[in-house]
Ligand binder design. Structure first.
Ligand SMILES: *Cc1c(COP(=O)(O)O)cnc(C)c1O
Length: 370
């Protein structure tokens, strides 16, 4: 145990930071561990970023990502005031906790109604939510998904007694990560309707899915849809994400963000991305085709592969434990992700790479299962 440094708040001392996937720089490594897009951004995006890299770097960028918000509003059929852009959607998730959730220290009586201090989410889902709750000193309400990673219906949630319909903030990863399971907008709508606090539908992977729930953000005053340029638009490096929602919620988030939260090159890259959506839609198709091929091939090798609507697969490997597979694949220079959390510790999460990378993975999997 590290000795307590009196300069550091006890809450911070005791925090467990979010653990991101590794970014090793090993030559020839096939990197299928952090759901990055295997295809580069459009050449037009690269050119725009290069052209903007000159003496103007000394200037502050637009403080509200105005041009980008106008383009996003056009794309989503709403007003720029319905949109806030962040330094990745991760930043906006953190802002949402600060804007909508009270810290639990506010309540002297620890048994009082503390829904106002609660961040709620399903497990498994994006492992950042509990970290953000802890940073804020909020209460976590982690409620299990069903065994097939579907969302319990509202009557089931009511019967289960664990779910808080009055939680200040509820985060739903849709499609789910790490399972890849997609959800129908109709069922998400029922859940949103039943919630009294803010609901964030985190659609980081929605471009690889059948449905999206964007309309719910414009229909309900308490629903936000989170999107990112990272995964589907090959811009992890640039850190650009956004929320769509009611102007009151967006204005509240806007009040507490840093003045220049979105870097200038990121704004330019995202703007030009939106001018080239055809290029990206072709990539989605390729990734989905590779996903379906890989799912079939791994199934033939004895993996139990869950249906995915994202750019990754969750698969239970045969013969060895998932953790052993992680190591065996690593020895073959293939890096996938393994989570120690009990619900998924028997699985590997495999990002969809290029067809050539998928072929190599299958070749290794065949060899290891022969
Ligand atoms: C990757 C991811 C994010 C964060 O995306 P950034 O915009 O890169 O911060 C948010 N939610 C989920 C579920 C993700 O997988």
């Amino acid at each position: 145990m590290a000795k307590k440094n009196p300069f550091i708040r006890p809450l911070v001392h005791d925090l467990h930071a979010y653990v991101p996937g590794e970014q090793p720089k090993i030559k020839g490594l096939i990197k299928l561990n952090t759901n990055e897009n295997p295809y580069p951004p459009s050449p037009k995006v690269l050119k725009a970023v290069k052209n903007a890299t000159d003496a103007r770097l000394r200037l502050y960028p637009n403080p509200t990502a105005e041009k980008l918000r106008v383009k996003l509003a056009e794309l989503h059929g709403c007003q720029p005031e319905n949109i806030i852009v962040g330094n990745g959607s991760d930043e906006l998730l953190a802002l949402a906790v600060r804007a909508f959730v009270e810290p639990k220290s506010k309540f002297k009586d620890q048994n009082s109604e503390r829904a106002q201090a609660t961040v709620q989410f399903f497990t498994p889902s994006y492992s950042l939510y509990p970290v953000l709750a802890d940073i804020h000193g909020a209460i976590k309400s982690a409620v299990p998904l069903k065994s097939d990673f579907s969302i319990p219906s509202v009557p089931e949630l009511k019967r289960g007694m664990e779910w808080k319909f009055n939680a200040a903030l509820t985060c739903v990863t849709s499609p789910n990560a790490p399972s890849g399971r997609g959800y129908h907008t109709a069922e998400l709508e029922k859940l949103c309707r039943a919630q009294q606090g803010v609901v964030i539908l985190d659609e980081a992977y929605v471009d690889f899915a059948i449905e999206n729930a964007q309309k719910l953000a414009l229909k309900f005053p308490h629903v936000l849809v989170a999107r990112t340029f990272s995964k589907a638009y090959s811009l992890c490096f640039q850190r650009v994400g956004y929320f769509i929602g009611h102007t009151d919620l967006i204005a509240a988030l806007d009040k507490i963000r840093d003045s220049y939260n979105v870097n200038g090159l990121g704004q330019i890259a995202a703007e030009v991305t939106l001018d080239n959506l055809k290029f990206y839609r072709a990539n989605f198709k390729k990734i989905i085709a590779t996903r379906e091929w890989l799912a079939d091939e791994l199934t033939k090798c004895g993996f139990h592969v869950l249906p995915s609507q994202a750019n990754f697969l969750l698969a239970k490997p045969p013969l060895f434990s998932a953790h052993e597979w992680l190591q065996k694949l690593r020895e073959q220079k293939i890096l996938v992700r393994w989570f120690s959390t009990p619900e998924v510790s028997n699985y590997l999460r495999i990002t969809i790479g290029t067809p050539a990378e998928a072929v190599k993975l299958v070749r290794v999997a065949r060899r290891l299962t022969r």
